[in-house]
Design a protein around this ligand. Structure first.
Ligand code: 0O2
Length: 210
């Protein structure tokens, strides 16, 4: 399936691995600093992964490109993937703000699929960043994708992934519609939880002992 020279493949993947390690450390610093300053941790959990060889080649094929390292670097944007799952809607935008304001990464693309959901009903905020990796002889910028979403969005995306996204064939239209409906219902819950969060915060503020 892969006719790319194995040494060339390993060298490419090693750099993505370095970028993943670097991004992990940088994000941890940014988020811990935020937590310290605000006495609040917006993160429920973080997942990271390196895309498998099979998924990389499948995606390249679907996009219609010839299998070579150059095309992988140019057209596959999520070999290093991070998912930051947070509690409330406002946390998503706060985290996006922290990453965008950081001098550590270069932002090369952003997609607000919360304001503009995908046709499937998928919602999340995507940031594509360049991670600076200091190699022995030079500095290289390696691409990574960070997905930021609430637990509710994550719940929908995980189940959708299982039900639909990875299936080779299109699922029937009425099932697609039901998935879309679930996404809409989840959106309503996210907005309600955000409202509750703000009301509770105000309540605590007003009832603080002086
Ligand atoms: P996996 O297995 O999660 O890694 P790109 O695909 O990046 O070249 P595109 O399509 O504009 O270009 O990228 P996008 O939409 O910003 O990001 C694609 C990723 O978003 C997917 O990666 C999924 O992780 C997620 N995603 C997008 N649409 C859906 C959806 O309808 N349902 C679910 N569950 N996830 C979605 P992969 O590599 O396709 O999959």
């Amino acid at each position: 399936m892969n006719n790319i020279d194995s040494k060339e493949w390993d060298a490419m993947m090693l750099k993505y691995k370095f970028a993943k390690t670097k991004l992990e450390a940088d994000l941890e610093i940014l988020l811990k600093e935020y937590e310290y300053k605000n006495e609040y941790n917006p993160v429920e959990h973080i997942k990271s992964r390196l895309k498998s060889e099979r998924s990389i080649l499948k995606k390249l094929e679907e996009k219609g490109y010839e299998k070579n390292v150059e095309n992988i670097k140019k057209h596959i944007h999520d070999i290093v993937g991070f998912r930051i799952v947070c509690s409330f809607l406002s946390d998503v935008y706060d985290i996006v703000g922290i990453i965008k304001n950081s001098k550590t990464f270069k932002i090369i693309n952003e997609s607000d699929y919360i304001a503009n959901p995908k046709d499937t009903g998928y919602t999340s905020y995507h940031l594509n960043v360049l991670v600076p990796v200091h190699l022995e002889e030079k500095l290289e910028y390696i691409e990574a994708e960070i997905q930021i979403r609430t637990v509710a969005m994550d719940f929908w995306a995980s189940l959708d992934h299982k039900l639909q996204y990875k299936l080779p064939k299109e699922i029937p239209l009425h099932l697609q519609r039901e998935l879309l409906e679930c996404s809409d219902e989840i959106k309503v819950i996210d907005v309600k939880m955000q409202h509750l969060y703000e009301v509770i915060k105000k309540y605590i503020e007003n009832n603080k002992e002086v």
